[in-house]
Design a binder for this molecule. Structure first.
Ligand SMILES: O=C(O)CCC(=O)C(=O)O
Ligand SMILES: [Mn+2]
Length: 202
């Protein structure tokens, strides 16, 4: 793991965390073995299909709320548990859930955001593993005019975001017009607080 210098942040990067053959094998396992879903995003009050497929796996206590919905994770699978143990060892952080995203081609993407849901607590450690097509991962500071940071995330690459990174930076996977094969990304997370939908009970 090497550190990528980032003011107000803490980034670690291992471009070859998984060997190519192993990265291929996980990719095939996950394409078949994960229940991929079409999630929706709300833009200006209207629901739109997200430009990617997603899935949420983890331990039963790791539920969180999203647009007022309480989401229950699906139970861990063997390949996910294998990756979880290895990422916990390098990130030095216990994870209880993983968000998987599948970018089918260059039109699939993820817009600017921070992983700063209250359920993740302050200064969360997020371990992001990429498989398949290399895509550009961009970071921009929320308040300062620092140059944006670009990291190519190829098959088997691990990126760990820690400390104040989510408080100060946003990230995205932009669309591309270049020919672009499928990519998977897994972000292992630790849900610390149980997000409950608001109630008006006293
Ligand atoms: O696909 C990626 O590399 C980023 C995914 C991401 O930012 C997220 O799941 O929150
Ligand atoms: Mn994110």
């Amino acid at each position: 793991m090497r550190a990528i210098p980032l003011p107000d942040g803490d980034l670690r990067y291992a471009p070859d965390f998984l060997a190519p053959a192993e990265a291929d094998q996980f990719m095939r396992h996950l394409l078949d073995g994960i229940e991929w879903q079409q999630h929706h995003v709300v833009i200006f009050g209207r629901q739109h299909p997200a430009p990617r497929l997603s899935a949420w796996y983890g331990s039963p206590e790791a539920h969180y709320t999203y647009s007022g919905l309480a989401l229950e994770p699906r139970p861990w699978t063997a390949p996910l548990l294998n990756l979880k143990a290895r990422l916990e060892a390098v990130a030095d952080c216990p994870f209880n859930s993983v968000l998987l995203n599948q970018y089918r081609d260059g039109r699939d993407s993820m817009g600017w955001h921070s992983d700063d849901e209250p359920e993740l607590g302050a200064n969360p450690t997020i371990a992001s593993l990429s498989l398949g097509q290399t895509r550009r991962f961009l970071l921009r500071h929320k308040r300062r005019n620092y140059p944006p940071v670009e990291i190519p995330l190829g098959p088997g690459a691990l990126l760990i975001m820690r400390g104040p990174t989510q408080a100060h930076w946003q990230h995205q996977i932009p669309k591309t017009r270049r020919p672009c094969a499928r990519r998977l990304n897994l972000t292992f997370r630790r849900i610390v607080a149980t997000g409950q939908p608001p109630t008006d009970a006293p």
